[in-house]
Design a protein around this ligand. Structure first.
Ligand code: GLN
Length: 532
């Protein structure tokens, strides 16, 4: 039987980076999924890193982790939340991964003495990554990172150009996302940068089928005439995407402008009209008036870039929507807690300590966890947030200089330590405990009650573990170990007894939370703040 032809949508960006290509690609995917199509999505990045695991989160944003343990770009988080699907490592490819494979093949003699070059060898390897990820899907969306015209992105652009040529006109759609600046002095939107961005794409041999124009405010519809004439695409193939109140409005905006309709017609895909009920409901919930608010202090170290904890914030938001309450949160610099004391946390209904690495600020996080343990203030700890809570518990249980081997590598009081199979791998990529692992929860514990289950799986990204040698002191401090790896060697969840809400996990539950099905730990946390 002949395999069905997968249709491809290539999403590129022009004028500047950060125009919202990821949200645009995810939104197109969401609307096509709402038409009943089986959609996959992939991000191809120009970085020479092999994966996102070693990138600085303060610079690059959150490192998102898939079930199969890939450390990826934060766009994968958008994709999973918009498409409500679990992706794999094949959905995130960086140039470094492709180049390493080509060079390894060269060393292994696979090129039989030929000169190895960007064209055709690297380009072919890139196309293999794309086509392998596309197999079995009706539609495969490929977002190319960066801006067209960047030296480092040229290989990916050439790869999608050749691929489109080989697959044929009706099997590929090129969507170019550009930026429309607004000039306050003359009160007009300017299309010239967008026109030039389309020219850059044509210079690379690709004519766009669709242009999506991002702007800060709503551009008048006549702007489409100019973009159509000078961009060389029909009027109905232009979508205007002004800043939305919520990113979850973008799928509706795409559908309202019938961009999905244009794409499926171009690709000759027969589908039903999109069923957007869920998206409409979600947006209605988001924009509802809510009288109640919860105020959360997020005690962390990476504070310069809001994207660093994108999935954490999305999980909090979705939980608040489900609980009909407004979310207010502050980033609290952990070093400031250390310096100024825990009283700066008094004004918050609850404290959240998210993941993190290194020793800076950790003492402030331990103080924050200890303060919540002592006073009954709600606490949610994620990964590092569990480790600092365990240290706070052990100190309270009498082990005064309890610490983590990440802060004091040679301490004998490391209640958080490094397991023998991780020793010596501290600085390298891809060596942590990554991806989905099972945990068994203690029946009737808070976490079992929240999950409504005693068998759960969560995604991980960490190197250090709770040292069970100190279990007695940790428990004496008021904590119980409420979830462990099925073999009982690793601690996965802890909670405080006789406390309003004090729950922490070694995992990253935020990666599994979705806008319409928020994660139960986050929902439990928000509920505890409402019931104060
Ligand atoms: N730095 C800690 C570890 O490696 C916590 C990691 C995290 O919070 N993701 O175990």
């Amino acid at each position: 039987m002949k395999m069905k032809q997968t249709k491809y949508i290539f999403v590129t960006g022009g004028v500047l980076s950060g125009v919202g290509k990821g949200i645009s690609a995810a939104s197109i995917g969401a609307v096509l999924k709402a038409r009943g199509l089986n959609v996959n999505i992939q991000k191809c990045d120009q970085y020479l890193n092999v994966d996102a695991g070693t990138l600085n989160p303060a610079e690059h944003g959150e490192c998102f982790v898939t079930n199969d343990g890939a450390e990826t770009d934060l766009d994968l988080g958008h994709y999973e939340r918009f498409l409500d699907t679990d992706l794999t490592s094949s959905s995130s490819v960086m140039s470094g991964r492709v180049l390493r494979q080509v060079i390894d093949d060269e060393r292994a003699g696979k090129y039989l003495g030929k000169t190895v070059q960007i064209v055709p060898h690297v380009i072919t390897a890139m196309q293999e990554h794309i086509e392998n990820a596309a197999k079995g899907f009706d539609v495969h969306i490929v977002e190319v990172g960066g801006t067209v015209g960047d030296i480092e992105g040229q290989s990916w652009i050439e790869a999608i150009r050749e691929l489109g040529f080989r697959l044929g006109y009706r099997n590929c759609a090129y969507v170019h996302v550009v930026y429309l600046p607004y000039l306050g002095a003359s009160k007009e939107f300017k299309t010239k940068p967008a026109q030039n961005a389309v020219k850059d794409l044509r210079n690379a041999g690709i004519s766009p089928n669709v242009i999506l124009a991002r702007s800060e405010s709503v551009a008048p519809d006549i702007i489409k005439n100019k973009l159509s004439l000078y961009g060389g695409v029909p009027h109905e193939a232009i979508g205007l995407l002004p800043n939305a109140k919520s990113i979850y409005e973008v799928p509706l905006s795409i559908a309202n402008q019938k961009i999905d309709e244009y794409i499926v017609q171009h690709l000759e895909i027969k589908t039903k009209k999109p069923n957007l009920k869920q998206w409409k409901q979600l947006n209605k919930t988001i924009s509802e008036d809510r009288s109640q608010s919860v105020k959360i202090g997020i005690v962390a170290k990476y504070l310069d870039n809001e994207d660093t904890y994108f999935s954490v914030i999305e999980a909090l938001r979705a939980s608040c929507w489900s609980q009909k309450t407004n979310l207010e949160f502050d980033w609290v610099n952990a070093e400031k807690v250390e310096k100024d004391g825990v009283q700066i946390l008094e004004k918050y209904d609850g404290i959240l300590v998210p993941g993190g690495f290194g020793s800076r600020g950790v003492e402030g996080m331990i103080m924050a966890a200890g303060y919540c343990l002592e006073t009954g203030k709600s606490y949610l700890g994620l990964c590092l947030g569990l480790q600092v809570a365990v240290i706070a518990g052990a100190r309270r249980g009498g082990l005064k200089d309890a610490t983590s081997a990440e802060i004091h590598p040679s301490s004998k009081k490391s209640v958080i330590y490094i397991m023998s199979d991780q020793k010596g791998k501290e600085e390298t990529g891809g060596t942590m405990r990554l991806g989905e692992y099972k945990a068994s929860l203690v029946p009737k514990s808070k976490v079992a009650e929240l999950y409504k289950n005693t068998k759960v799986t969560e995604r991980h990204r960490h190197r250090y573990e709770v040292n069970l040698k100190f279990r007695k002191q940790i428990e004496k401090g008021g904590l119980v170990i409420s979830g462990q790896s099925p073999d009982g060697t690793l601690v996965e969840f802890i909670e405080a007894c006789n406390h309003n809400f004090f729950v922490a996990t070694q995992a990253h539950p935020e990666f599994k939370s979705r806008p319409t099905s928020p994660h139960p730990l986050f929902v439990g946390f928000i509920k505890s703040l409402k019931n104060k």
